[in-house]
Design a protein around this ligand. Structure first.
Ligand code: SF4
Length: 332
C-alpha cells in the first residue's frame, strides 16, 4: 500500500483584525497586538491509498480547518501537502504553491447538504455542472452521465428533474455525494457528513460510503466530533485537541487500548449497548481558547492525571506500541 496523501507539519493561523477603538489607541502610542487563532498547529500524518482515516475531536479542535486545507479550499499558513508524492499545496523552499489540477482529485462533502445545493437548480444540473465546466463530459452526454452517478448513490433516474427541496435529508446527502463523485475524485474529505442525519439514516450513508470505497477505489478522510461514528467507518484514527494531534493508531488499537487521557475521555462519553449507557456525556471543563492556549500540555486544565510537569512541559509525541503514537507525559 502506498501513501496517497502526506500532511507535513501543516499549520493554519487566523488573524483577528483589530477594531477601530484599538486602532485609535495605537495612534496615541500604545500598542494592541492582533489576536492570532492557532486553528491547526504543526500537524503531520499520512493516508494510505484505499484507507479511511477518521479525524476526531470536540468542535473547535481544528479538524474542519485541516479538512479544508487538504481539499484546497483554505491556504496553509505553513507546512505542505503532497498527493501521490507531488507537492500540491503549501510552502516549498519558502514559496507558496497551489496545484488546482490536484484539487479535482480531492473533493469535499459537507455537513449540511441543503445549504451546499443551489435550490434553483435541478439535480441533473447540480451534478453535471462541474464535470462540464472541467470538460470531463460534453453537454450532450450529461443525462447518461448523471443517471449513472445517481444509480451509484442509490437514487433513481426520476431524481434528475427535481429540485433539492423535494428530497429528504438523507437523499440530499446522497445528491451531495453524487456531486462529489462527478469529478471522479480519488480522495474525499467528509466533514461531519452524516452529523445532520437521523441515526437510522446515518447507518445507511456510512454503508454507502464503504460501498463506494470498494467500487470506486476511494480513500476518505472522515471528520467527526462523534467517536462512535468514527469507530464504525475508520481504519485508522487521528485524535485532535486544540489544533494538535494527541494520538494516532489503527481503529482497533484506539478502541481497545486508548493511550491518551483525552481519547479515553472521548470514549467514556460514547453511549454503549452493553453498559446500557444511552446518553452522551461531554468531557468536563471548557476547551481553552486557541488564541491563548495553556502552557505545557494543552489538555492539562481538564486532565485528571495532570502533574506539575504537565503544566510546564509540552509532552513529546512518541510511539507507545507499533504504529500507535501518543503525546502524554504518562508515557515517559
Ligand atoms: Fe494529562 Fe499530563 Fe498526559 Fe497532558 S501530559 S494528557 S495533562 S497526563
Amino acid at each position: 500500500m502506498t501513501d496517497i496523501l502526506k500532511v507535513l507539519q501543516v499549520s493554519k493561523n487566523f488573524v483577528k483584525p483589530i477594531d477601530i477603538a484599538s486602532k485609535v489607541v495605537n495612534m496615541f502610542g500604545n500598542f494592541y497586538n492582533q489576536e492570532v487563532v492557532h486553528a491547526v498547529d504543526n500537524v503531520s500524518f499520512n493516508v494510505t491509498s484505499g484507507e479511511v482515516v477518521g479525524v476526531v475531536g470536540e468542535s473547535g479542535c481544528g479538524k474542519s480547518t485541516l479538512g479544508r486545507m487538504i481539499a484546497g479550499i483554505l491556504p496553509l499558513t505553513s507546512g505542505k501537502l503532497d498527493f501521490h508524492d507531488q507537492h500540491y499545496s503549501g510552502f516549498d523552499e519558502g514559496n507558496y504553491k497551489h496545484n488546482s489540477h490536484i484539487d479535482l482529485k480531492i473533493q469535499m462533502i459537507f455537513q449540511d447538504p441543503f445549504s451546499s445545493l443551489n435550490p434553483r437548480q435541478k439535480i441533473i444540473d447540480i451534478i453535471s455542472e462541474a464535470p462540464i465546466h472541467h470538460k470531463l463530459i460534453s453537454k450532450k452526454d450529461k443525462k447518461y452521465f448523471v443517471k449513472d452517478i445517481l444509480n451509484k448513490v442509490g437514487l433513481g433516474t426520476d431524481a434528475m428533474d427535481r429540485f433539492p427541496h423535494q428530497f429528504s435529508g438523507g437523499q440530499r446527502q446522497r445528491i451531495g455525494i453524487a456531486r462529489a463523485l462527478a469529478i471522479s475524485p480519488e480522495f474525499i474529505v467528509c466533514d461531519e457528513s452524516i452529523a445532520a442525519l437521523d441515526v437510522s439514516i446515518q447507518a445507511q450513508v456510512i454503508n454507502l460510503f464503504l460501498k463506494l470505497r470498494q467500487d470506486l477505489n476511494l480513500t476518505y478522510l472522515f471528520i467527526s466530533h462523534d467517536i462512535g461514528v468514527i469507530q464504525h467507518i475508520a481504519d485508522r484514527v487521528v485524535v485532535m485537541y486544540l489544533g494538535q494531534i494527541v494520538e494516532t493508531a489503527s481503529s482497533d488499537e484506539i478502541f481497545s487500548h486508548p493511550n491518551h487521557p483525552y481519547t479515553k475521555a472521548l470514549l467514556q462519553g460514547v453511549p454503549t449497548l452493553d453498559t446500557k449507557k444511552k446518553i452522551y456525556t461531554p468531557i468536563k471543563g471548557e476547551i481553552p481558547s486557541p488564541i491563548n492556549p495553556p502552557s505545557g500540555c494543552y489538555f492539562h486544565p481538564r486532565c485528571k492525571f495532570s502533574t506539575n510537569k504537565c503544566i510546564t512541559d509540552k509532552p513529546s509525541y512518541k510511539e507507545v506500541s507499533p504504529n500507535h503514537f501518543s503525546a502524554c507525559h504518562l508515557n515517559s
